[in-house]
Design a binder for this molecule. Structure first.
Ligand code: ADP
Ligand code: 5GP
Length: 194
């Protein structure tokens, strides 16, 4: 079994931004982004902004998603928002381990807890915390990619999710982005060296 790093947080806290910064940055000490590989989840939602199939997500119809659930192709999946499913395909884990890389997950809080249970000490679970609920709302709005209805759904879910932070190995407060990325890189470096 290889190692894994998983990022969880309510939508809008900055998981995707931190992961992109880490993976596109230069190697530092024992941290080399070339050794990491992002786990591309499947989702039944439509692409947003510049998102691409096979890069950001595998975009599936709801029928296709549920037929793969029936075939037991997912390690875990969740209906994160009513009517919208997200899940980690077992084939994705195999693809990354076959390449000899460390898996990076971006999953919701329930998915994070399930994946941590599955990987145990082979996974580092990181909770990305917004500086405040007000800033979270501001960031969701200024991202400019979600409808008002989607923003309301995301905020409604966030209060419950924020309470789960203590169940994760590490909490990173995403106030200043560069500071948060540096702190994340340090904890990952330490974990990979253990
Ligand atoms: P998530 O992947 O957790 O849903 P995103 O990475 O999409 O969140 O971030 C939500 C929005 O907040 C984006 O518009 C992003 O550019 C912005 N953002 C992320 N981190 C910061 C930060 N530290 N300071 C200011 N804006 C941020
Ligand atoms: P978004 O629509 O903003 O890309 O993602 C919404 C939520 O779904 C985020 O919290 C994201 O982490 C989560 N998510 C993305 N992929 C998966 C997955 O494979 N499994 C689970 N459980 N959640 C996921």
């Amino acid at each position: 079994m290889g190692k894994a790093i998983l990022f969880s947080a309510p939508s809008g806290c900055g998981k995707t931004t931190i992961i992109k910064e880490l993976m596109s940055g230069a190697p530092a000490g024992h941290f080399n982004p070339a050794n990491l590989s992002f786990s591309i989840s499947a989702t039944s939602r439509a692409p947003r902004g510049e998102e691409q199939h096979g890069k950001d997500y595998y975009f599936l119809s709801r029928d296709e998603f549920m037929s793969r659930v029936a075939k037991d192709e997912f390690l875990e999946w969740e209906e994160v928002y009513s009517g919208t499913c997200y899940g980690t395909l077992k084939s994705e884990i195999q693809r990354i381990w076959d390449a000899g890389k460390v898996i990076v997950f971006d999953v919701d809080v329930n998915g994070g807890r399930n994946i941590k249970k599955y990987f145990g000490g082979d996974a580092l679970s990181i909770f990305v915390m917004p500086p405040s609920v007000e800033v979270l709302e501001q960031r969701l709005r200024s991202r400019g990619t979600d409808s008002e209805e989607a923003i309301v759904k995301r905020l409604a879910r966030s209060a419950e999710e924020l309470k789960q932070a203590p169940q994760f190995d590490v909490t990173i407060v995403n106030d200043d982005l560069q500071r948060a990325v540096d702190e994340t890189r340090n904890v990952i470096e330490k974990f990979l060296n253990e």
